[in-house]
Design a protein around this ligand. Structure first.
Ligand code: FMN
Length: 488
């Protein structure tokens, strides 16, 4: 972001504008037709009347421009009256979030406001010299394509910062004002500080309130949010705030999609009995009875532990892969009893057997397309820690007979979705939880969903990289002392 500013050598604030860099400008061959600006799949018609206005738009699309230079170009070609039309157009482009604003000092751009969404952006005006400001506690600074960029959740723009621009951000951990900021950053004038703070304000990166009412910590609706949760919420629920919402296939040109069914694990396998669904349909209690009697049950009946056939029936009815097929985008998708966003079915189930009649203890993987168990690990300190954590989490008086650990093969969702992938995975977990709750309840088994788990311990137990396939849910399953027979 160290764009040289020709002829700029002093420490005077310089403001530049340009069309946002992710926009495409198309000039019509017929000068009577409007110029088109395409941005994130949206096309806007811009009435650039006159050769001067069209030239100025072209300059704006190419590089940082001084507004005075653009005005001069328009005046020279189209006359004084056209200047007013041009200024109105710039005002409109700015309000629509189509312009980047750059602040320079001593030869370089040091801060740049970059609209990121499709909505309007607040106008970037310098902050008053003695106005108290602070960085929002939700602001995040990260490296992106050669720039350090600062943004907040629900912000419609980001601010790229370098050199003194970055030093300005460093002064904003507590309430301050442009004069104090300038005094704290060597070589920075108050007017440059005020202008950079104006960019941060337009991006929504300054905290609301002031020293006497720090809204982000005193107002419940702001204080309740952790930085990470608000980012996930904003990113997964704001189609207008960023490009790439929905199925945008961010990785499709670099990586092949993962298959719907993971590769077979080498080693021991255990065939599972498949229930006769006609018979279970006849024997099951009615749906309303299952729903009305469903409970989280945190006690297992160790005198008669859950059997291999019961676990097999539960997995078959709730989570087997009924078929796989190719989606219209070429990605393999799957059909299971529970629903999944995009039919992607990123979830896998790892039964951790502590006490089950017919299945040796240890960690297994449910090969849902084959309806078999694949051995993952014998009992180990890591599997013991997972059992202990599930017991503590569900406040059980003894170890659970079985813990179903749910993982996500993240690449299944992230190959197709950029901004909603993780939230979709969690929604799938909810759909799977309820399906297991209902089938287990219909079968008279004890079941309890868990809200927390330890992805690192599971990764150690399973030998998986948690960024590739990580645990995202857990349920305890066991027999019940008040065993309800199917249909009872
Ligand atoms: C997403 C989710 C997370 C849960 N986490 C836990 C948990 O960590 N420990 C626990 O004992 N129960 C947990 N439960 C069970 C709830 O406590 C239970 O559903 C709630 O108390 C209502 O009781 P009911 O399921 O019998 O209707 C969880 C349930 C769900 C759906």
């Amino acid at each position: 972001m160290t764009t040289e500013l020709a002829g700029l050598t002093s420490a005077v604030a310089v403001a530049r504008i340009r069309l946002r860099q992710d926009a495409d400008l198309t000039e019509p061959s017929d000068p009577e037709e409007p110029t088109r600006i395409e941005i994130a799949g949206r096309t806007l018609s811009v009435p650039a009347r006159g050769g001067g206005a069209r030239t100025a738009l072209r300059l704006l699309a190419r590089a940082d421009c001084a507004e005075a230079d653009l005005v001069r170009t328009v005046r020279e070609h189209d006359g004084d009256l056209a200047v007013l039309r041009w200024q109105a157009l710039v005002f409109k482009l700015d309000g629509a979030g189509l312009l980047e604003h750059a602040i320079g000092q001593a030869g370089d751009i040091i801060a740049r406001l970059r609209p990121t969404g499709t909505g309007p952006v607040a106008r970037a005006t310098p902050v008053g010299r003695d106005v108290m400001v602070k960085l929002s506690r939700f602001a995040v600074l990260r490296a992106d394509k050669g720039a350090l960029t600062l943004a907040v959740p629900f912000g419609n723009a980001r601010v790229d910062l370098c050199r003194e621009g970055l030093a300005v951000a460093g002064t904003l951990t507590d309430w301050t004002n442009p004069e104090a900021v300038a005094a704290a950053v060597p070589g920075l004038t108050t007017s440059v500080a005020a202008a950079i703070l104006g960019l941060l304000s337009a991006a929504g990166a300054l905290a609301p309130g002031g020293p006497d009412h720090d809204d982000e910590s005193t107002d419940y609706q702001l204080a309740q949010w952790s930085v990470h949760d608000l980012w996930l919420h904003a990113r997964s629920r704001s189609p207008g705030l960023q490009s790439g919402y929905g199925g945008s296939y961010p990785l499709a040109d670099r990586f092949p999609p993962l298959p719907a069914v993971p590769p077979r694990r080498p080693g021991r396998r255990l065939a599972l009995a498949a229930p006769d669904l006609d018979q279970t349909a006849r024997a099951d209690p009615p749906l309303t009875a299952v729903l009305e009697n469903r409970r989280s049950v945190r006690e297992h009946y160790d005198d008669a532990p859950i059997t291999a056939d019961q676990l097999a029936e539960l997995l078959y009815r709730a989570a087997r892969t009924r078929r796989t097929f190719r989606g219209t985008d070429g990605q393999e998708v799957a059909d299971r009893p529970y629903p999944s966003g995009g039919s992607l079915h990123a979830l896998e189930i790892y039964p951790l057997i502590n006490r089950c009649d017919g299945i040796p203890g240890g960690l297994w993987h449910y090969a849902s397309a084959d309806h078999e168990l694949e051995a993952v690990s014998d009992p180990s300190p890591a599997t013991a820690a997972l059992v202990a954590a599930a017991r503590a989490s569900s406040v059980m008086s003894a170890d659970p007979q079985v813990v179903l650990i749910v993982t996500a093969r993240f690449g299944r969702a992230m190959w197709k979705y950029a901004t909603i992938a993780y939230s979709l995975v969690l929604k799938d977990v909810g759909a799977l939880y309820q399906t297991i709750y209902l089938v287990a309840s219909a079968m008279g088994l004890a079941v309890c969903g868990l809200g927390g788990g330890d992805a690192a311990t599971f990764a150690a137990a399973a030998g998986l990289d948690p960024r590739s396939e990580g645990s995202v849910g857990e349920m305890t399953i066991g027999s019940r002392s008040d065993q309800l027979s199917s249909g009872g």
